[in-house]
Design a protein around this ligand. Structure first.
Ligand SMILES: Cc1ncc(COP(=O)(O)O)c(C=O)c1O
Length: 461
């Protein structure tokens, strides 16, 4: 069935999109019995037609299994279904930049040294000495004296988050996160058993009163923050607020877990305050005690390297090493060898990354101005995306319909802890230039059709 549909079609697409999100990130665990269509219609104050259409769409995408007599249960789509999805056509879901200029040449150089790799032990929970020393030296050069003993190499930044959550969070601990935030981080803390509290962030920055008073009132065990080119808003926390935050966290007994996966993505931010943990070092702890810093080469260099790390006090590093074998037994040495060379040449490589990001940001800005002038798209001074404010709520419906048209997209609620933020959309500027314009044009077209109620329904399968 194709053809113009009204508000019902918007409602079903939005509902299906929201439920998909909740199932995908584990907030509705697979196997959960969902209400019957009739019950949900009554509970949600929606028509039965809307619920029936939403459930049908969820069954089609593999997120729901319905059996006569035993109801509908949440399900994770089969891998084959996932790979059949049309995401590849226009991928706006992730903000994954291509490999940085110069990486190919560097890999060719490293290849000559590959036979030496057998000199490394095959089993190493901490990481190669050379890479740990290179990472420590870079912190030291950026104003935070660091010894290699404070570094554990992980398999990417996500692993650094998950390992930290697994090692340090006790069930029922409270973890404070920003909202919006990087969704796989709150997933990792939630899976470790944490109860979440959120503090708001917008493209204009943090609500410091809210953040500081929440620390004081709730005294969370951990606060997970992204203070530089925050994903998804692009905001950076000013230096004076960092000092206040460290002070308040220390008073509350809160460990700050600072994710610096995006720290090297400045395009034209007029200041560089160095590593966040410098403020903790100043505020009493000689080595930055009270702050755990997470790093990654994925955004600045290439996510295919799968190199990340944790910088922490040695006692924390020991706890991470102890917890690690339950999940993995070390980062592959070949990638670490590449990582060591990369970190040694970081400044030169980052200059290329900056040029790339500047061009991409300009292209996305131009496409948004051309196709969607009614949306507010604050101009970030770094990072990989724009946190666009739509002119009405409806981000999930937009993402759901775009998905049917071959474009994958992360709606605002994907980044919120409580499913809010329907007025926002993260639009990455990492896609190829031609895709940026085509993608934004499709977004604007679908948005206008949703408003007019003339959206063509997805073809029946
Ligand atoms: C803030 C933040 N931290 C960590 C990660 C994980 O990165 P990776 O595991 O690729 O290093 C991401 C990826 O999007 C991110 O945005």
């Amino acid at each position: 069935m194709t053809g113009p549909l009204g508000a019902e079609s918007v409602a079903y697409a939005e509902l299906a999109g929201r439920v998909r999100l909740l199932i995908a990130d584990g907030r509705i665990p697979a196997g959960t019995l969902l209400p019957s269509e009739r019950e949900l219609a009554a509970q949600a104050g929606r028509s039965r037609t809307t619920i029936v259409a939403a459930y049908r769409a969820l069954r089609d995408s593999g997120h729901l299994v319905s059996r006569q007599g035993s109801g509908s249960r949440a399900s994770l789509p089969h891998l084959a279904e996932v790979s059949k999805r049309p995401d590849a056509a226009l991928n706006f879901a992730g903000s994954i930049p291509p490999p940085v200029d110069g990486l190919r040449e560097l890999i060719v150089e490293v290849t000559a040294a590959l036979p030496d790799i057998t000199a490394f032990p095959g089993f190493d929970l901490l990481g190669n000495d050379g890479l740990r020393a290179a990472v420590a030296d870079r912190y030291t050069a950026r104003g935070l004296p660091t010894s290699p003993d404070q570094i554990i190499v992980t398999t990417g930044g996500q692993h650094a988050i998950a390992l930290t959550a697994q090692a340090l969070v006790r069930r029922t601990d409270v973890v404070l996160v920003e909202s919006p935030t990087y969704p796989h981080a709150f997933e990792a803390f939630r899976r470790a058993g944490a109860r979440m509290v959120a503090t708001p962030v917008t493209a204009a920055g943090w609500d410091m009163d809210h953040l500081l008073s929440t620390l004081q009132r709730v005294r969370p065990a951990i606060a997970y923050l992204i203070p530089d080119f925050h994903n998804p808003t692009g905001a950076s926390l000013p230096a004076q607020d960092r000092a206040r935050l460290v002070h308040a966290a220390r008073a509350a007994g809160t460990m700050l877990v600072v994710d610096e996966a995006t720290v090297d993505l400045s395009i034209d931010r007029p200041w560089d305050d160095g590593p966040f943990a410098r403020h903790a070092a100043r505020d009493g702890g000689a080595t930055g005690s009270g702050v755990i810093t997470l790093g990654s080469l994925s955004k600045s260099i290439w996510s295919g390297l799968r190199i990340g790390w944790v910088r922490a006090d040695e006692a924390v590093v020991r706890r991470l090493v102890q917890a690690r074998p339950a999940g993995d037994l070390g980062t592959p040495p070949i990638e670490q060898l590449v990582g060591e060379r990369v970190v040694g040449r970081m400044d030169e490589l980052l200059a290329g990354r900056r040029r790339f990001l500047r061009g991409q940001r300009a292209a996305l800005g131009a496409a948004l101005a051309r196709h969607a002038p009614g949306w507010r798209a604050p101009w970030p001074d770094g990072g990989l995306s724009m946190w666009v404010q739509l002119d009405r709520p409806g981000s999930s419906a937009l993402a759901a319909v775009c998905r049917e048209r071959g474009m994958s997209l992360s709606a605002g609620p994907a980044f919120s802890v409580d499913g809010s933020l329907e007025r926002f959309l993260r639009v990455p500027f990492t896609a190829p230039l031609a895709d940026l314009d085509r993608g934004v044009r499709l977004l604007a077209e679908v948005w206008a059709q949703l408003a007019a109620g003339t959206m063509a329904a997805p073809a029946a399968r």
